[in-house]
Design a protein around this ligand. Structure first.
Ligand SMILES: *Cc1c(COP(=O)(O)O)cnc(C)c1O
Length: 390
């Protein structure tokens, strides 16, 4: 039974305060609800935060992936290499531009794509390699850049989990090891705009293409016109784009949220360390590491790998018991090539993805968000142990 006096702890959630609300209300009273000054302000602030020259904000992280693949000129006949362990959108965006996602296996203990997984899957058709910094932990980007260069592809980082993470002492998104980096502002991510996403890049030509893509492929810029301009009303559609715009209402929230990013990450780190300490040494429970010699995690998810077989319970039972005790958990992720949609394109053989399958079978994401209290962490660990019988 759910006890109404105990607050439900979801696996992730936003932190919105009065400053955020005031920022949104201010836009509602202003002249521009979309494509106004808050969009430009959020872009400038975001670019600064990740150390990139350009940020192009759009309506979702999925739209950002779509825009990035389109701006890179990826299309039919091209292959985009993505890890099997990711959210659907990393692969789906390749389909939106008519390209084929090619899935790599991942490390069974971190869920991350490595250079070794990549080597077997890149080839002449590879146009982009898209590492996913799962749980907020940066992949080994250096190795991917070398591989991409060798086959004439580019690296696009899916950093939906990793705003605020760093790799080799530089922020994820700075572009030291990739041409573009994609972010999401969904409420469970590090900062939120309700729905929203961005592509950050140091390449001005790509930034232009991204801006054009989010606005139907059109331009109002006289210097860019292909035809002579007959007058001030004139605009040109030069490519096929979308309405991928994000509103000023959302961007005002994004700006206000960004002010708090460092504090959010610091609190997430404290929560992760508290979980780590309390779960250390528990047989059959292995937290996914948030540290390596090269990278610092942004602690998006607190993932644990549980040997359910050895403990004699199923994951479904554990999730159900935790839910009854007011604790939400989730599983990130079902290997994407095993989804019915992708199986219809390419028959799925679990033997091709032993790491992704092994990671998936054991993974459980515990509550992780800045507003989680130390006492909440203690309660989650206590109830998890009860649920697992340890
Ligand atoms: C959330 C997420 C996306 C998509 O972002 P949306 O803003 O939800 O469209 C893409 N990739 C990964 C890894 C994600 O977690």
């Amino acid at each position: 039974m759910t006890n109404d006096s105990i607050p439900f702890l979801p696996y992730g959630r936003q932190s919105v305060d009065e400053a955020d609300i005031a920022a949104v209300v201010e836009v509602l009273r202003s002249d521009y609800l979309t494509t106004g000054p808050a969009v430009a302000a959020f872009e400038a602030k975001l670019a600064r935060a990740v150390g990139a020259e350009h940020a192009v904000v759009v309506s979702s992280g999925t739209m950002a992936l779509h825009a990035a693949y389109a701006a890179a000129g990826i299309g039919p006949g091209d292959e985009v290499v993505v890890p099997a362990t990711t959210f659907l959108a990393t692969a789906n965006a390749a389909r939106y531009v008519g390209a084929d996602p090619v899935f790599t296996d991942v490390d069974p203990d971190t869920g991350l794509m490595s250079a070794a997984h990549l080597e077997a899957r890149v080839g002449k058709k590879t146009r982009a390699i898209v590492p996913v910094h799962l749980n907020g932990m940066p992949c080994d980007l250096q190795a991917f850049a070398a591989c991409a260069e060798r086959v004439g592809a580019i690296v696009i980082e899916d950093a939906a989990h990793a705003l605020g993470a760093s790799y080799r002492d530089r922020p994820v998104g700075c572009g030291a090891h990739s041409r573009m980096t994609v972010l999401s502002f969904h409420p469970v991510k590090h900062i939120t705009t309700g729905e929203g996403g961005a592509v950050v890049t140091n390449d001005e030509a790509l930034a232009k293409k991204l801006r054009q893509f989010r606005n139907h492929g059109m331009t109002h810029e006289a210097a860019a016109f292909e035809e002579p301009s007959p007058g001030p009303w004139y605009y040109e559609q030069q490519s096929l784009g979308h309405n991928g715009r994000i509103t000023d209402i959302q961007c005002a929230l994004g700006c206000s949220q960004l002010d708090k990013l460092d504090g959010f990450i610091e609190r997430r780190r404290q929560i992760a360390e508290r979980y780590d300490r309390q779960l250390a040494g528990l047989a059959g429970v292995q937290p996914v590491s948030g540290r390596s010699s090269d990278a610092v995690s942004a602690y998006h998810l607190y993932a644990v790998l549980i040997d359910f077989e050895r403990l004699g319970v199923t994951r479904a039972q554990v999730m159900q018991r935790l839910r009854e005790r007011g604790i939400g958990t989730q599983v990130h992720y079902i290997p994407v090539p095993s989804q019915p949609y992708y199986r219809r394109i390419t028959p799925y053989d679990a033997g091709d993805y032993p790491g992704a399958v092994r990671y998936y079978q054991r993974e459980l994401s515990l509550p992780m968000y800045p507003a989680l209290l130390d006492s909440d962490v203690d309660r989650v660990v206590r109830e998890l142990r009860v649920s697992l019988g340890i």
